[in-house]
Design a protein around this ligand. Structure first.
Ligand SMILES: [Zn+2]
Ligand SMILES: [Zn+2]
Length: 345
């Protein structure tokens, strides 16, 4: 089978290798689609300090079932979550599941950009294989993981009633975050993004105000106008830029919250006036990844129509052309969300 993986510095290579086999308690899945995530791009650029497995937003059909698997059948349409917490350690006991020390050690074999991948027993047992409702298409399915990350973040930071929210960076995760806070009852949502194409996607999703952050003072002006100069309840940093994180600390209200949501550049520092943060009571809360219960919740919302996301997929590129998919996903003016498609598409 074909499998896309990290090659020499900055390249993505397609290799042939034997398809994995499902052991006891495991399943294999034939790929329909897998989104290219910003973190995949950072791994390809050598900017992410984790093991280099690519592809964690896959949907497909169950191809085979090992002994002892119950409730899943060959041919079922599923989304598969790559990481699962242990539910037994001190961190899990406090409900901080995505920070469980074993969470990011679990993964799909050999990754999400494979014609067929194996889902380990612990992922199957811990409900990381989520059957898709018939009306949830592959495009929406491939967006469940990033949408789940947004929901987990929103729960962690807390969303006040009728909250004012500003999202800095309207890439796929920023756009999903914005749509989700709207669906959850935010009073006002604005955002900034350099790509005109992505600003248009935000406006299509019902965001009234989007600005180009390269325009001097534009973010501040948009926030001041919407909040009578008070600042927003929640500023979401949906990029890795430390300068953008600093801007976020400056546009929240007194007692407001900054959510560090995008993967920060490796080694970057937050350059903010600590006394100002202290005196204004600004909370800075990082969030990471998502949980099975939040994934099930976003799936339910997509299935019942209260969250519409499938239009964010701008390009579908077959696995054979994965390098092209990465190149396109890295050009914000040319794409919104790029998905790689497989044999079950
Ligand atoms: Zn992702
Ligand atoms: Zn744990």
């Amino acid at each position: 089978m074909k499998f896309g993986r990290l090659g020499a510095a900055g390249s993505i290579e397609l290799v042939e290798q034997p398809a994995p086999v499902a052991g006891p308690g495991e399943v294999t899945v034939s790929l329909a689609a897998c989104g290219v995530c910003g973190t995949d791009l950072e791994k390809a650029r050598g900017n992410y300090r984790t093991a280099g497995i690519l592809g964690h937003e896959p949907v497909g059909r169950i191809a085979s079932r090992g002994p002892g698997v119950v409730g899943l059948d060959v041919g079922d349409r599923v989304f598969v979550h790559h990481h699962v917490p242990c539910y037994a350690c001190d961190v899990c006991a406090r409900g901080d599941f995505t920070f469980c020390p074993s969470y990011s050690k679990t993964n799909l074999d050999p990754g999400g950009f494979a014609e067929t991948f194996r889902v380990p027993k612990e992922n199957v047992e811990r409900r990381a294989v989520l059957p898709l409702a018939p009306n949830v298409d592959w495009d929406s399915g491939a967006l469940l993981e990033p949408a789940g990350c947004a929901l987990t973040a929103i729960r962690r930071v807390g969303l006040p009633e009728r909250a004012s929210v500003f999202v800095l960076g309207l890439g796929p995760v920023g756009l999903l975050y914005a749509r989700l806070v709207r669906a959850l009852g935010a009073g006002w949502v604005g955002g900034s993004e350099v790509s005109a194409r992505r600003r248009a996607a935000a406006e299509r999703g019902g965001m009234p105000i989007t600005v180009d952050p390269r325009e001097e003072g534009a973010v501040r002006r948009a926030v001041d106008t919407a909040t009578d100069g008070r600042g927003v309840d929640l500023a979401v940093v949906a990029t890795g830029s430390p300068a953008v994180a600093r801007t976020a600390t400056e546009i929240v209200r007194r007692g407001g919250t900054v959510n560090l949501f995008g993967l920060p550049e490796a080694g970057s520092r937050l350059d903010a006036d600590l006394q100002t943060l202290y005196l204004r009571g600004v909370r800075v809360i990082p969030t990471y990844a998502t949980t099975e219960s939040d994934l099930a919740e976003v799936h339910r919302r997509v299935a019942d129509g209260s969250l519409v996301i499938s239009d964010l997929v701008s390009d579908r590129i077959p696995l054979e052309r994965i390098a092209e998919a990465f190149e396109l996903a890295g050009r914000p003016d040319a794409s919104v969300k790029v998905v790689v498609t497989g044999p079950s598409a």
